[in-house]
Design a protein around this ligand. Structure first.
Ligand SMILES: [Fe+2]
Ligand SMILES: [Fe+2]
Length: 281
């Protein structure tokens, strides 16, 4: 077991560059961890895909300084699943932080029914999921907020969160990265954009004035996307389990897209580089 304290509040590295591994939308429903005879990722459970991708990422020739998990850790709110995920992350001995997604505060009943016939049941968030949390590095500030609303698929960046972010960006001049679950720029996919973070217009109105806001990362869209807006680079990231097809107006799974994760290199000069990796075949 790791001796790391959770949640991490400060990290540094020998070159003051921070390499962040973003994992998102694990959607674990049952504990089916461990070795499998499966030869193709389609035969792996969400639990096995999470373990396989984490193992793949940490075997890459890149130092991992921080793991950020941007919500939807589970598809069924259950303390045992969070205990398992946190144990796996602690065992990496790498600092990590997790925020909630809609599925972390909502149980969706009737998943076999059309979307508009399902019932959404509010659930309390696991206490380890962070809200308004700062991780500071030598050259960056990482600002984590909780955009999930219990009982709803759509999220929200609340006015109080926007004010908190404004205060952080005012009080610390370091380049900033904001991490949250829901996307804050449209994906041009009608059904996904119905579930964009509410209040996104006010979010941009208030925060685009800060030159030190450089990067926003989110999950929720189950697809890779990058957009430059108001001087900010906005990334969304594939799910570690299953993907949605880009630019579709109706719900469509992307069965050809493999599970993946994102790397972000936060440079010691305030620049960022980022790319997505997919599960090895
Ligand atoms: Fe998700
Ligand atoms: Fe989500």
């Amino acid at each position: 077991m790791s001796s790391l304290n959770y949640p991490t509040a400060f990290i540094d590295s020998i070159d003051h560059q921070i390499n962040v591994l973003q994992l998102s939308d694990l959607h674990i429903t049952e504990l089916t961890q461990g070795k499998t005879l499966a030869t193709n990722y389609d035969q792996l459970s969400c639990c096995q895909r999470f373990e396989k991708l984490l193992d793949q990422a940490l075997k890459e020739p890149i130092r991992c300084d921080l793991i950020l998990v941007t919500g939807d850790l589970v598809s069924k709110v259950c303390p045992d699943i969070y205990d398992y995920i946190f144990t796996v992350l602690e065992n990496t001995n790498i600092p990590f932080a997790c925020v909630a997604g809609n599925h972390d505060v909502t149980d969706e009943l009737g998943a076999h029914l059309p979307f508009d016939q399902r019932t959404f049941l509010a659930k309390p968030a696991d206490a380890r999921l962070l809200s308004r949390h700062v991780i500071e590095t030598a050259n960056w500030q990482l600002l984590l907020i909780d955009s999930a609303i219990p009982g709803k698929v759509a999220g929200e960046v609340s006015t109080s969160d926007i004010n908190w972010l404004s205060d952080q960006l005012t009080n610390c001049e370091k380049p900033a990265l904001i991490a949250l679950h829901h996307h804050v720029t449209p994906m041009h996919s009608s059904w996904i954009d119905q579930h964009i973070a509410e209040n996104a217009d006010m979010f941009w109105q208030k925060l685009s004035q800060f030159a030190n806001l450089r990067v926003i990362i989110s999950g929720h869209t189950h697809q890779e996307h990058v957009k430059h807006q108001h001087g900010v680079t906005v990334y969304t990231t594939p799910s570690t389990c299953y993907q949605f097809k880009p630019l579709e107006d109706d719900f469509t799974m992307d069965i050809d897209a493999r599970p993946g994760y994102r790397w972000l290199q936060l440079g010691n000069n305030g620049q960022v580089a980022s790319w997505v990796k997919r599960m090895d075949t």
